[in-house]
Write a protein that binds this ligand. Structure first.
Ligand code: HEM
Length: 516
């Protein structure tokens, strides 16, 4: 007998700690401090994190902590706050400042971070949730979330550039409320065959994407690419593929794992934003593994076949899918349930008309987001990596006058670079920097030397020229995306093969446009 499958329920936002007003951001704002005195020792260190790093006392202070019991946290907001605190403390502990990196986390950090991560269903390492989603506050609580009414709760460096880097993403996430509500409404409207309502929801999604794109462009206003690359990004790095930075095995979570069981996790990235993945899912945009990932998949498939296990699904092997383990469990579950219920694209394809027009506007908007993002990655990672440590600061402060135009984005490159460890970026793929200045160029005497591979080993002489210092590799090793000018290879920080990956994702977005 044929069994008729009941249609999958359309997810209700409130079941997943999602607000129709603020999306994945907690609508009342994240908890700013854990209540009571028990967790005060953590909060006291958080109050002074950048000062303690600067004066070299951070690790000593942390080492005096006792192991606190996270079972004392009484609700979700407290668990989220504890997670933020423990992620900041752990990254600061591992990467330090002007001191040898640490290949292990002490039990006072490792034990509670592993436990609270299990409670939240997320990996025990810094991520978009700890740096962005649960790391902001309203300056005037009577006003809504907007870039001129939010502040970051914590930064590593104490700099406004770092705060802005997080806050722009908060601003983007805030547009998610309206978009997520429209996504689930559109799915209900499809089931009811209500074409006009579907078109209306798509219009709402489109307008949220336009808002997101406007917000993304403000990154240039108050976050200096040079400071981002050399001072901020190192703290965001994870412990996966970090041999060059001094973490050949990853990080040992003392008091949790056996003495030789190091853990490897990718670091924080807005690639872990549940919102952007929700757009892909709702609009039916499919992503595929990069060519190098396919090689790994083939090996994995061989292994599974040898063990008589079923094949894995291609979508479950992409970088974007992998990033879901760095999302809060409830948000990840939302994406899974949204995937099961997604019905928009085939419906729009069948009815065409206004629905198709608005659908295509949404896809074009998301493609625009990815173009803008590629320009940002070029400006904030590729160019600083090429230029070396003494290029000085880019000018900023007005609305991205120096933003690369769409046509200046790096040219399409075959998506066949090795995944994770290495990225080849041809010099010709990187747009000429519109801010090129003979003075800045002249002040990079060592940028042609291999020293740039380990920029953290460089200090400036009295007139600002970088000179290499001598500590062995890994001693002061902090993660960077690294460029070896002789081989023109940029090595990733454990994330992706940057440009080929980002372009592939962008092109896959365009592929889903509906043809009449
Ligand atoms: C200075 C600013 C930024 C830099 C340097 C940057 C860098 C990167 C890099 C290197 C990746 C590749 C994956 C990885 O290794 O993590 C990535 C992916 C990604 N980033 Fe950013 N990012 C920035 C800002 C943002 C913002 C504000 C958003 C907004 C949510 C965002 C959303 C994404 C998404 C969604 C991906 C996954 C690829 C995709 O879906 O297109 N990024 N980013």
């Amino acid at each position: 007998m044929l069994s008729v499958k009941a249609p999958t329920a359309i997810p209700k936002l409130q079941d997943y700690d999602i607000s129709p007003l603020t999306g994945f951001l907690p609508p009342e704002g994240p908890l700013r401090r854990l209540p009571g005195t028990y967790f005060e020792p953590w909060e006291d260190i958080m109050d002074q994190i950048s000062a303690l790093l600067l004066c070299g006392r951070f690790r000593a202070r942390v080492n005096k902590l006792e192991i606190l019991d996270v079972d004392r946290l009484v609700n979700l907001r407290e668990q989220q706050r504890a997670f933020v605190v423990l992620c900041f403390l752990s990254h600061a502990y591992v990467w330090g400042k002007n001191e040898p990196i640490s290949q292990s986390l002490p039990p006072c950090l490792a034990v509670p971070i592993v436990k609270v991560s299990e409670q939240l269903g997320i990996n025990p390492i810094g991520c978009n949730a700890s740096q962005v989603v649960w790391n902001w506050r309203l300056m005037d609580p009577s006003e809504p979330i907007s870039l001129d009414n939010i502040g970051a709760l914590h930064t590593f460096t104490g700099s406004t550039d770092e705060a802005w880097f997080y806050l722009v993403t908060v601003g983007i996430e805030a547009h998610g409320g309206r978009a997520l509500a429209a996504m689930v409404n559109s799915m209900t409207a499809v089931r009811e065959g209500d074409e006009a309502r579907v078109a209306c929801c798509l219009q709402d999604i489109d307008s949220s994407i336009q808002d997101i794109n406007r917000t993304l462009k403000t990154m240039y206003d108050k976050c200096d690419p040079y400071l981002f690359y050399w001072k901020i990004r190192p703290y965001l790095a994870g412990w996966e593929n970090m041999s060059e930075a001094g973490l050949p095995h990853g990080v040992l979570y003392q008091g949790v794992d056996a003495r030789d069981q190091f853990r490897q996790y990718a670091g924080g990235s807005a690639g872990q934003s549940s919102l952007i993945q929700a757009f892909d899912i709702a609009l039916g945009i499919a992503h595929y593994p990069t060519s190098d990932q396919w090689r790994c998949i083939k090996d994995e498939e061989k292994r599974r076949a040898a063990q008589g296990l079923p094949k894995t699904k291609p979508s479950h092997t992409t970088y974007l899918y992998g990033m879901r383990s760095h999302m809060p469990g409830l948000h990840r579950r939302f994406l899974e349930d949204l995937t099961k219920a997604a019905n928009l694209r085939p419906y729009v394809d069948s009815v065409q008309g206004d629905c198709a027009r608005w659908y295509n506007r949404c896809v074009a908007g998301l493609k625009k987001f990815r173009d803008l993002h590629i320009q940002i990655v070029t400006r904030y990672i590729v160019l600083p990596a090429r230029k070396g440590p003494s290029i000085g600061s880019f000018s900023f402060g007005t609305s991205h006058p120096d933003a690369l135009s769409d046509s200046e984005a790096p040219s399409t490159e075959k998506a066949n670079a090795p995944s994770r460890l290495q990225v080849k970026v041809k010099t010709s793929d990187v747009p000429e920097d519109p801010l090129k200045s003979p003075r800045l160029r002249a002040s990079s005497p060592t940028s042609k030397s291999g020293d740039i591979l380990y920029p953290q080993l460089m200090h400036a002489d009295r007139i600002g020229h970088p000179i290499a210092s001598q500590p062995p590799l890994g001693e002061h090793g902090i993660a960077k995306t690294l460029l070896d000018p002789s081989s023109e290879i940029i090595r990733g920080t454990g994330g992706t093969d940057l440009m080929p990956f980002l372009k592939q994702v962008r092109d896959e977005t365009t592929d889903s446009l509906i043809r009449p």
